[in-house]
Design a protein around this ligand. Structure first.
Ligand SMILES: [Zn+2]
Length: 327
C-alpha cells in the first residue's frame, strides 16, 4: 500500500495532467460507489452485485456501436422498451405510473416524479428493484441475471466481477503488471497476425515473450482464473478474466503455481506458473520449439469474443513497471 502511495505521489509530481485525470477518475469511482451503496440500502442486495453489473455493461458499451454512450457515471443501459414496458406505445415514457401499468422496469429512484432511464439514480434503483423481485440471496440474484441477459457467459462474467469487488472492497482495480519479472532475461517483438508453424492455417493471436525454462509467469491483472489445463496448441495454459471483460491467455507453460486453482482470484504480479515449451501434441508434449510465453488478450462484447493485439499493452505495462522501480 505504501509503495502504491509513493507511486501515486511521484506520478502526480511529474505528470500534472495525469494527476488531474486520476483525480477525476477517483471522483467518478466515489460517485459510483455512492450509488451502489444507496441501492444496497434500499434493496439489501450487496453493493458489489451492482458494481459488477455496471462494470460489465460499461465494458460492453465501450466495444459496441449499437448502444449509445453513457451520460452519467453508470454504464448500465436499459433498452427503451424494457424501461417503458414492452406494450407501451411511448418508448420514452417517463411517467412512473404508466410505466408500471405496462410492466416496464423504469422507476423514479430520486423522487423527482420522473422515471428517467438516463438518470443514474433511477437506473440503479430500477435494477435494485428488479433483482429484489427475485430475492436477495446469491442464487436468486443469479436467476434474475439469467432472465435479464439470457446468456450464461454474461451471468458468469458479472458474478466473477462481483467476487473480485467483494474481496477487495474497492472499485480501483485497474493496476496491471508485465507477465514476466523485469529482472528476467527475456525478449519479445510484435508478431501479431504472423502465420503459425503448427496446426494448419491459423494466424498468431498474441505476443511471444522468449525467456528461459522456469522463469516465473505472473498475472497481468486483477481477475479470476477461468481456465487452467492442457490444450494441444497452447500446451499447459492459463486464462484469466479481468474486470474489463478481457481474457488474458498464458500458453506453453512449464507448469502452474502449486496454489493456483480454477476460480481463484489473482492480482497483478502474482506468480501463476513458469515459462516452458509445452504444446503441439498430446498432454505433456514439450520441446518442439524454444521456450517462451505466448500471451494473448481477448475481449467479450456480450455476444462473442475476439482477440486483439497485446503488444502495445505489454510495452506500456513494462514501461510503467520500470518507471515505478526507478523512483
Ligand atoms: Zn505465440
Amino acid at each position: 500500500m505504501h509503495k502504491l502511495f509513493a507511486l501515486i505521489t511521484s506520478i502526480t509530481m511529474f505528470f500534472p495532467a495525469f494527476a488531474q485525470a486520476k483525480e477525476e477518475q477517483d471522483v467518478i469511482y466515489e460517485k459510483r460507489m455512492e450509488l451502489y451503496k444507496k441501492a444496497e440500502t434500499v434493496s439489501l442486495i450487496p453493493w458489489y452485485y451492482f458494481a459488477a453489473i455496471d462494470q460489465y455493461e460499461r465494458n460492453i458499451r465501450q466495444v459496441r456501436r449499437d448502444i449509445p454512450k453513457a451520460e452519467g457515471v453508470l454504464g448500465i443501459y436499459i433498452k427503451p422498451q424494457i424501461w417503458a414496458g414492452p406494450l407501451n406505445k411511448d418508448k420514452n415514457d417517463t411517467n412512473p405510473f404508466t410505466i408500471s401499468q405496462f410492466g416496464g422496469l423504469g422507476i423514479d429512484g430520486n423522487g423527482d416524479g420522473m422515471a428517467d432511464r438516463n438518470d443514474d439514480e433511477d437506473v440503479i434503483f430500477a435494477i435494485a428493484r428488479y433483482l429484489q423481485s427475485y430475492g436477495t440471496d446469491h442464487e436468486h440474484i443469479k436467476i434474475a441475471l439469467w432472465d435479464y441477459y439470457q446468456r450464461s457467459k454474461t451471468v458468469d462474467l458479472i458474478l466473477g466481477k462481483g467476487r473480485i469487488y467483494k474481496k477487495y472492497g474497492t472499485l480501483k482495480l485497474d493496476e496491471h503488471a508485465f507477465p514476466l519479472p523485469l529482472y528476467a532475461n527475456y525478449s519479445y517483438k510484435n508478431t501479431w497476425g504472423d502465420a503459425r508453424g503448427w496446426g494448419g492455417r491459423r494466424i498468431h493471436e498474441g505476443t511471444d515473450i522468449f525467456a528461459g525454462y522456469g522463469v516465473p509467469v505472473r498475472s497481468t491483472c486483477y481477475g479470476i482464473v477461468e481456465l487452467k489445463g492442457w490444450n494441444k496448441y497452447g500446451g499447459w495454459r492459463i486464462g484469466i478474466r479481468d474486470i474489463n471483460n478481457t481474457y488474458h491467455y498464458f500458453a506453453h507453460l512449464n507448469g502452474f503455481a502449486s496454489y493456483l486453482r480454477e476460480g481463484q482470484i489473482v492480482e497483478p504480479g502474482m506468480i501463476i506458473g513458469s515459462v516452458g515449451s509445452s504444446g503441439y501434441g498430446p498432454p505433456g508434449t514439450s520441446g518442439k520449439f524454444p521456450p517462451h510465453l505466448h500471451y494473448g488478450m481477448y475481449k467479450d462484447n456480450g455476444y462473442t469474443e475476439w482477440s486483439f493485439d497485446p503488444y502495445p499493452h505489454l510495452k506500456y505495462w513494462e514501461r510503467e513497471e520500470k518507471w515505478k522501480k526507478r523512483k
